[in-house]
Design a protein around this ligand. Sequence first.
Ligand code: PMP
Length: 555
Amino acid sequence: MEMTRKERESEICSLLRPNIRNMVPYSTARDDCKAKMDIYLDANENPYDTGVNRYPSPHQPELKFMLSVLKKVPAENIFLGNGSDEPIDLVFRLFCPPGKSSMVQAVPTYGMYSTAAEINDVRVIDAPLADGFRLDADALLSKVEPDTKVVFLCSPNNPTGNLLDRDAVIRILDSFSGIVVLDEAYIDFSGTASFTEVLDRYPRLIVLQTLSKAWGMAGIRIGLAIADEYVVKVMSRVKYPYNISILDQSRAAELLSDPLQTADRVETIIRERSRLSAALSALPSVEAVYPSDANFLLVKFHDKDNIFSSLIEAGIIVRDRSSAYNCDGCLRITVGTPQENDRLLSVLGAETGDSPDHGCPEGRTAVCSRRTGETSVCVRVNLDRFRKPRVATGLHFFDHMLEQIGYHAGIALDAICFGDLETDDHHSIEDVAIALGDCLLSALGDKSGIGRYGFSLPMDEAEATVLLDLGGRIDFLWDVSFKEMTVGDVSTQMFPHFFKSLTEHLKCNLHIKASGENDHHVIEGVFKAFARALRQAIVRTISTDSGIPSSKGWL
Ligand code: PMP
């Protein structure tokens, strides 16, 4: 049975140090006044504008909003720290009485957990990972002592690179009654889902992530703790009030607004990781390259000292991890750019292998970005290459529907929208429809060789029929009714509006009819049927030489 908010808070509260439980937090001038004022004489700031003469927001609402869209978790569940090091330190300060408590960590692992523990006078208990750096839940649990307040896990783990077994992590969450910190600093390189998905079930789970790795912002120091909203509240009470500077907040917001560039770079790093791993494995000087789900490889050399110095001589620095538990002879090598990796391989005398294709992706592609006072939208499609959709609009049900378009049309579809959801869902949905329509139209180019028409099929108990003609004339017919005002977090009246806006911008004929018992099935049927119709209409069914599928000669 799901726990109530009260039960969750009392479980977390019982784990807090008594002084933290009872503290009266420092309240900043800006905490006391939320409304926008004309003149600020409340914080003893210098009134003359230097660009940074005002204190930053202590709660970073803009960044939290963007991260909540991208991470698909409510903003109330996000704490932002000065790098992940800050929430790591806060975990000890919140939950571990100095001199009277211990933490258990699965070693080898990231060194800051034990450093922060020592600073906070918390005893460190090492639980060795099993063969292949596998997490053995029972072996770790056997290390827990009566004063153990926290277990630290890192997945993908640093320095080993591997993901920890999901069931083993769950077993620890189920069996250990204290705080479990799961550090997912490298999760974006792993292609697996975050443990934030199970936060509802485990109020004692704190997931750490960071903008330092996949997001390329190590220089501006922003780390996330994603946890129960009560944990976030207490962390916020204990942190330094202005822990993230104005410059860091604004630069991070700028970089977060282009998540597709980040996703592309992560894809390249993942491809390069495979290439490096294969090339290094073939070297006689290499004893083992450990499997990695992160942006680095742990490599065991026969003579790591020699390798380390020849790399230094060539101007390349890697990390010697040979002193870490079970890492004899190991260097940790971060995946660089393709050119940097080529240099590394050539210094080591390895074959470079085929460099991945960094040029334009093949196929009919387009990108559309729109920025208004209400939304900032970026949509990108490739009509000829399927890739798992990357969709984030802050509206979970709408995300789910857009993903259906990607999957069922068999296209690569990326759609990111930061919109004014505090108003309602209208502008976000409309603007994504506009950008998607523009993008599809632009990717279709002169439309030569396309099927042009699509038609459709039944879905579940609901029937959805979508007739589509990409011929260039605009006509929209909607014959669908819903029983409820909303499906998930989307208002049902926005569905016809979405397809109407899309029709106008894709310049198509779109007739949609659907009926059924369950609104969710009906609209999911419509999106899938639309995607199937689109798939048939965009596909080049005939050779492009046969030209444009119209007796007029243009579409
Ligand atoms: N967690 C792990 C596992 C790391 O390897 C690192 C940095 N190397 C961090 C956290 C720290 O990240 P940040 O830059 O956010 O402090």
